[in-house]
Structure formats: structure tokens, C-alpha cells
Design a protein around this ligand. Structure first.
Ligand code: UDP
Length: 383
């Protein structure tokens, strides 16, 4: 059959990990369409990939729906949801497959795709668990997934297991690890530090949006026990976590870390920053569905210290490609930081092993092969 017509649906216009995956994933689908529930930098990024991007007329009405919303809080936005379902349905009619890239996008696309009888793929970038979703949301997601999707794409076994544990159908699940394509950084760490005015001496980095479950506060606690080590924190409160950012800044004052901790805000040069640090820390306190930052650090030839939750253990091969510490344990994290600063021959070998593993397991080409095959299969089912 000729190339299927695909409609990508995304609830946000901001760019965090899931949207960075989408930007790579749409590469073979230039000329196809995307519908975003709100405008933002993702609009330009997808347009640059050759997609025709439309912004929902109704998306702003959804802003009150947070992941922990009770059903009662959802009721006032029902009209916006109704509007979006009608919009997705109208777009979907002109396409062969609907590809939903987020939980909100999925729930509304599921109803729309069912109405106009289009196969739906849900790219589930989350761990479906009580830590992230209320019980009503979990039930609705799984019910809709089981009845309305052609496939549920997840980035890891951890995400697949969580979906199945909540009652999701195993036969729908396709594990497609996130793929990353990052050119090696030519400049030396010292040059990058000089150019970007980064601290000299022992330096670690944390690279993710500011959110409590991402665990930046644990890093600050650990730094209180690792004198002489500075830290850059890249990322911003993308999804309404401003109070957490204030808490982090207050912690820096309370722990007298002002000289050593540098908040860099949202950055677009993460691979370069990673290359400049002595270790990348991935401190999430809840299980991660994937963790692009882990693979980025592996590709940057930098030691990785990650919490042993969710997909991190798989990506770091149980500790062979990085150091695993228990989630939320600032003492263990401080010890691990002190350990990697020694740059023992074992650590040097681990860095080499990690880079080779990232290249062989987490390339964009593998991700594109797998997702393109799933899209074509779904389109075939429609025919
Ligand atoms: N990131 C970025 N700028 C920042 C902080 C983070 O571009 O200032 C990127 C980071 O490099 C990674 C992504 O955001 O590619 C985060 O993905 P991850 O899977 O680690 O977490 P998610 O945001 O999906 O929960």
C-alpha cells in the first residue's frame, strides 16, 4: 500500500522528553499532520520536520486538568474536551492512522478515533501508577486502551509491566526504546567550561525539568555531604511545578550551597553541558518510564549515577554501564558522587562500555524502524 496518512496528536506545545521523542519519530512522515492542544515551541519543531501543524481551538480549556485531578475537577472542562474530540475526529477522517503522543492526547483521541473508525496508536511515555495518576485516570486510560487502540507503544519493560499490572492488554504492547542521535562533542570539557563560564573543579550535572519526582532536592541534600563538588541544574518547571523550583532555591540557601549550585534554566545544549561535567546524576524518586538523560550521558562519555527505579536499571544494565543508587537516598548518592570523582580504571572502562551500549541499543534508526512498522501495520488493519 502507499504510505499511510498519519495524524500525530499531542496535548502540549512545550518540549520535554516525550516531545523530543516525537520530534525524532516524525522524521519519516514529512507532509503528514500534527494536532496540538496548545501552541508552543513544539509547533515550530514539528513544522521544521515537514509536518502540517494545527493548534486546537479548545485546548486552553483543558489547562485545569492536572494528572491528579478528581472527576469533579474534570467536569468543568467537559465542553473543551467535547470540542477537542470533535476536532480530532474531523482531522482523523482525513488520515489512515491516529498516533497519540501523550496521556491527555490519547484519552480524547481514543473517543475520536472510535467515532470515525480510524486505528489509534498510543505512545505511552509514562509509568501508569498511583504516583503519577489518580485511580479514575488509570482506569479510564486502561479501559480506553484495551478497547480503542491498535497498539500501545512503551519505551521500556518497566512501562509495559506497569500498564499490564493496571489491567492493560499484553497483546497490545510494543516495547520500542527511545532512540537518540547525538553527534560526539568535539570540544574538550575544559574548553566548554571556559566558554560557558561553568565552575572549575569537581562538577556534577542534573538535566531534567524541575519536578519533585525528578528528585533534584535529593541531589542538593547529597551536595551538603560532598564538599568541594559543584553542580549545574539544567531544566525548568515546565508543567506547573514552580513551587518546587522555589523549594529548591530555598534549600540552596538553607544548606549554604549558593556558591556551588547553579540553576541554568531550560537549555537547548544539554549534550554539550553533559560533556563538561564529571558526572551526570539522574535522581528520580519515582520509577522512570525511560530517561533520555541517561542515554545522553552515556553518549557524552560521562559517568552516570542514577536511581534504581523503573527503566534505569535496564538502560544501565543493572549497574554495568553506570552507578545505581536507591531512590531518595542522599547518603548513598553522596557516596556515589565521591566514588566517581576518583575516576578509577573501572570507571573509565564503565564509561566506554556505556557509550558503546547507548550506540548499539538506543539509536534513532531502530526506533524509526519499529514505529514505522507499527504505523503501517495499523493502517493495514484499517484497510
Ligand atoms: N532537557 C533539555 N533541556 C533542559 C533539561 C532537559 O533539553 O534544560 C532534555 C534532556 O536532555 C532530555 C529531556 O529533556 O532529552 C528529558 O527527557 P527524560 O526522558 O529524561 O525525562 P522526561 O522529561 O521525559 O520525563
Amino acid at each position: 500500500m502507499s504510505s499511510p496518512r498519519v495524524l500525530f496528536v499531542c496535548h502540549t506545545g512545550s518540549i520535554s522528553g516525550a516531545e523530543l521523542v516525537l520530534i525524532d519519530l516524525v522524521r519519516p512522515w514529512a507532509g503528514q499532520s500534527a494536532l496540538l492542544f496548545e501552541d508552543g515551541p513544539l509547533h515550530a519543531a514539528l513544522s521544521a520536520c515537514g509536518l502540517n501543524v494545527a493548534i486546537s481551538r479548545w485546548g486552553n480549556g483543558l489547562n485545569d486538568v492536572r494528572r491528579d485531578s478528581s472527576f469533579a475537577k474534570v467536569v468543568p472542562v467537559v465542553s473543551a474536551m467535547y470540542g477537542i474530540v470533535a476536532e480530532v475526529a474531523r482531522f482523523a477522517r482525513r488520515h489512515d492512522v491516529v498516533y497519540a503522543n501523550s496521556q491527555k492526547a490519547f484519552v480524547l483521541s481514543a473517543i475520536a478515533a472510535k467515532l470515525v473508525r480510524r486505528p489509534l496508536i498510543w505512545h505511552l511515555h509514562d509509568i501508569i501508577s498511583p504516583a503519577h495518576f489518580g485511580s479514575m485516570q488509570r482506569r479510564v486510560q486502561v479501559l480506553l486502551a484495551n478497547h480503542c487502540t491498535a497498539r500501545v507503544v512503551v519505551p521500556s519493560k518497566a512501562a509495559a509491566d506497569a500498564f499490564i499490572a493496571e489491567g492493560g492488554r499484553k497483546d497490545l504492547v510494543a516495547i520500542v526504546p527511545n532512540g537518540l542521535d547525538i553527534a560526539p562533542e568535539a570540544q574538550s570539557p575544559a574548553e566548554i567550561r571556559r566558554e560557558l563560564n561553568l565552575p572549575q573543579g569537581a562538577l556534577v550535572g542534573v538535566f531534567s525539568r524541575l519536578a519533585e519526582w525528578k528528585g533534584q532536592h535529593v541531589v542538593l541534600e547529597a551536595l551538603a555531604n560532598t564538599p568541594g563538588v559543584s553542580c549545574i541544574i539544567a531544566g525548568s518547571a515546565l508543567f506547573g511545578e514552580e513551587a518546587y523550583e522555589q523549594r529548591l532555591r530555598q534549600m540552596v540557601r538553607d544548606l549554604a550551597l549558593g556558591e556551588r549550585v547553579h540553576f541554568l534554566g531550560q537549555r537547548s545544549d544539554v549534550p554539550r553541558l553533559m560533556r563538561a561535567v564529571d558526572a551526570v546524576i539522574h535522581p528520580s524518586i519515582d520509577p522512570e518510564p525511560f530517561g533520555r538523560t541517561l542515554v545522553e550521558a552515556m553518549l557524552a562519555d560521562v559517568p552516570v549515577i542514577a536511581t534504581d527505579a523503573g527503566a534505569a536499571s535496564d538502560i544501565l544494565e543493572g549497574g554495568r554501564a553506570g552507578t545505581l543508587v536507591p531512590p531518595g537516598d542522599a547518603v548513598a548518592l553522596a557516596q556515589a558522587i565521591a566514588g566517581v570523582m576518583l575516576r578509577s580504571p573501572e570507571h573509565v572502562k564503565q564509561i566506554e562500555y556505556a557509550a558503546a551500549r547507548a550506540r548499539s541499543h538506543y539509536g534513532v534508526a531502530q526506533m524509526l524502524d519499529a514505529t514505522s512498522r507499527l504505523i503501517r501495520q495499523a493502517a493495514g488493519e484499517k484497510a
